[in-house]
Design a protein around this ligand. Structure first.
Ligand code: MN
Length: 253
């Protein structure tokens, strides 16, 4: 049974639990370690199984997604996404990817992303975790046009944009979920130091993020909290509390 997010000690706001071989075991691990975990999905076809697995969990929530890197083959699944949307408050992974491998499908990605945002705006009160590789400005333009503040809330996942794009995202009300891989880049570290601390969350993006060839687990967000604490000149306990506070503000209706 789901319990209020305030019972959590840690936050992993973007993890692909269903892409680990031990999906169910990881859900139990998140509950045991009291990690509020957003299990993102990459296709609406994965929704039913994820929902079923997470039904007994207390701190795992499932997001309905259609990953931009899959849009080339799966654009037609947007119809299923729209049908399932009333079943969840959480949406992701969605967004745009203009990297060299996915640029070919960029127009289709924009069509899908626009429909995702319009559907979310129509329902209201959704929380989205958004991918924006090499396309932050485009993502923000779509948000500005199709999901105005008050119609939904946005978390920029693995943000790699510029300082001015970050400021624009802050102005649009966005949060930022930070993972350990992002903190390895000194450019990103200096950018993150400029973000308002009340807009920060932690994520793993596991199993895509690996350490020494092993996929990170949600519990590794504790290390990310330590690093963010150093970056912001706080102690780790205060940073952990800040991130939980940010989560509770984010999920408040
Ligand atoms: Mn991801």
């Amino acid at each position: 049974m789901a319990v209020p997010i305030e019972k959590a000690r840690w936050v992993d706001f973007h993890c692909h639990l269903d892409l680990y071989p031990n999906h169910e075991q990881l859900i139990a691990e998140c509950d045991k370690a009291r990690i509020a975990t957003l299990a993102v999905t990459t296709t609406p076809k994965a929704w039913a199984r994820n929902k079923q697995f997470a039904e007994k969990a207390s701190l795992v929530r499932v997001a309905l997604g259609l990953h931009p890197q899959l849009v080339a083959e799966r654009e037609s699944e947007i119809a299923l996404f729209e049908r399932l949307l009333p079943e969840t408050r959480y949406v992701g992974e969605v967004g745009l990817d203009a990297g060299p491998r996915f640029y070919k499908s960029f127009e289709a990605q924009e069509r899908v992303f626009e429909r995702v945002l319009r559907a979310c705006a129509e329902h209201g009160d959704k929380i989205l975790t958004i991918h924006s590789v090499r396309s932050v400005t485009k993502v923000l333009q779509h948000l500005d046009k199709n999901l105005q503040q008050g119609r939904g809330k946005v978390v920029m996942h693995w943000f790699t944009g510029t300082a001015s794009e970050a400021r624009r995202a802050v102005d649009l009300g966005c949060y930022f979920s930070i993972n350990s891989e992002m903190l390895r880049s000194s450019r990103t570290r200096s950018l993150l130091g400029q973000l308002p601390v009340e807009r920060l969350l932690t994520e793993t993006d596991g199993p895509f993020v690996q350490v020494d060839g092993v996929a990170v687990h949600p519990k590794s967000v504790a290390d990310t909290v330590d690093q963010l604490a150093t970056l912001y000149g706080l102690n780790s306990g205060d940073m952990a509390a800040q991130i939980l506070c940010n989560l509770s503000v984010l999920v408040k209706h």
